[in-house]
Design a protein around this ligand. Structure first.
Ligand code: NAI
Length: 351
């Protein structure tokens, strides 16, 4: 499929296909908008079913980053990278360095960081070839490093806001929360939730990751096909996107969906389907903005870790505002958030 014809294209400013025969690098960098600043968004490492699937993923994620960065009040536009895990993928340092060269060649239009499949160590390797990278090890007390704990902190504050709005409760103490995905985000989220007294149910493709949550936080481990459909107070999707669909939504047994995965809705209409099912949905790119707030503080410098934690905690009140506007206007929360982000970007483009 031609890139321009992809339904997720949405007037991207630039899409770059990166390939290097010597290292086997195959990657795509999508720059959705630079209206608010350099296009920032993590890089995902994934074994896609096809190149078209990789393109669609990077385009959707990149647009989501534009909206996420706008609503988080950051001086960042939206972009994203994907490195395609091809059969026989080497994962060599040279391959990641070559990705760094591709980022550097964009002259600062794109700033990369961690996403699914990436680590701080890989970011350090990429950083040998480009300065436009964040999520690197940090000095004691300074903002930066792995963004996942901050992402999870923001999700935790967002879940608290959703619980207050929907259930009128001030805390998650005694509530049951299902977490799909026990990776970086799922792990730290479990830590915050369990310290606050929530009961956890978890599933992960990687059984050892789920088991770790059982051992450390007493989480109940269930099957991959069961996790979305547990009877719970909150469902927190923290794996991959498109889990909320026309088929899955009627089978959910939760009053709240609030989790870290990007692009949880398979399509826009799923926002209304959630409303119709009586489920409060915390728009993914609002609730999972903590990581990019951390990335921004690292990239632009100057903030301490404590200041970043406070800034990330602002995700709670931001979501409460979106929930109230959605209720008052009768519109789904995802549409309310989209309109707010589009207004901010349009304002910057016009000025
Ligand atoms: P990760 O790669 O550390 O963890 C993802 C986990 O999900 C893995 O353990 C994987 O085995 C599991 N998984 C994949 N498919 C699954 C399925 N069908 N059922 C159950 N488990 C499944 O990735 P990370 O960093 O935890 O990210 C999770 C989600 O949060 C992604 O959608 C990512 O884009 C999003 N996100 C992450 C941020 C971060 O700071 N790490 C920031 C904002 C969003």
């Amino acid at each position: 499929m031609a890139a321009f014809d992809n339904p997720a294209f949405d007037d991207h400013e630039r899409v770059v296909f990166c390939s290097d025969k010597a290292t086997g690098l195959k990657a795509i960098i999508a720059i959705h908008s630079t209206a608010l600043g350099p296009a920032a968004g993590g890089c995902r490492l994934w074994a896609y079913a096809s190149d078209d699937a990789a393109l669609t993923d990077v385009l959707r994620l990149s647009q989501g980053m534009s909206y996420k960065n706008a609503l988080a009040g950051l001086k960042f536009g939206g972009g994203k990278g994907v490195i395609i895990k091809t059969p026989g993928f080497s994962g060599s340092a040279e391959l990641y360095e070559q990705f760094g060269v591709s980022v550097e060649n964009l002259g600062g239009a794109y700033v990369t960081a961690e996403d699914v499949g990436m680590t701080v160590e890989i970011m350090q390797t990429i950083a040998r070839r480009t300065k436009h990278v964040s999520g690197l090890p940090r000095k004691e007390g300074q903002a930066g490093g792995d963004p996942s704990p901050k992402t999870s902190w923001g999700i935790f504050k967002g879940i608290e806001a959703a619980v207050k709005f929907k259930l009128g409760r001030d805390s998650v103490d005694g509530l049951t929360i299902a977490i799909q995905g026990a990776g970086h985000v799922g792990y730290y989220l479990s830590k915050y939730l369990s310290s606050a007294g929530a009961q956890l149910i978890v599933a992960d493709l990687d059984a050892t990751r789920a088991e770790r949550l059982h051992e450390e936080f007493g989480a109940t481990v269930v099957g991959l096909d069961e996790i979305l459909f547990q009877e719970v107070d909150v469902l927190a999707p923290c794996a991959l996107g498109a889990v909320l669909t026309e088929e899955s939504i009627p089978c959910l047994r939760t009053g709240i969906v609030a989790g870290g995965a990007n692009n949880q809705l398979a399509e826009q209409a799923d926002g209304q389907r959630l409303v119709d099912a009586g489920i409060l949905y915390a728009p993914d790119y609002v609730i999972n903005g903590g990581g990019i707030i951390n990335v921004s503080s690292e990239y632009y410098g100057g903030a301490s870790d404590d200041e970043v934690m406070q800034q990330v905690a602002g995700i709670g009140p931001r979501l409460s505002g979106i929930f109230s506007t959605a209720e008052a206007s009768g519109r789904p929360t995802n549409e309310v958030a989209d309109s707010m982000a589009q207004e901010i970007i349009a304002g910057a483009t016009a000025s």
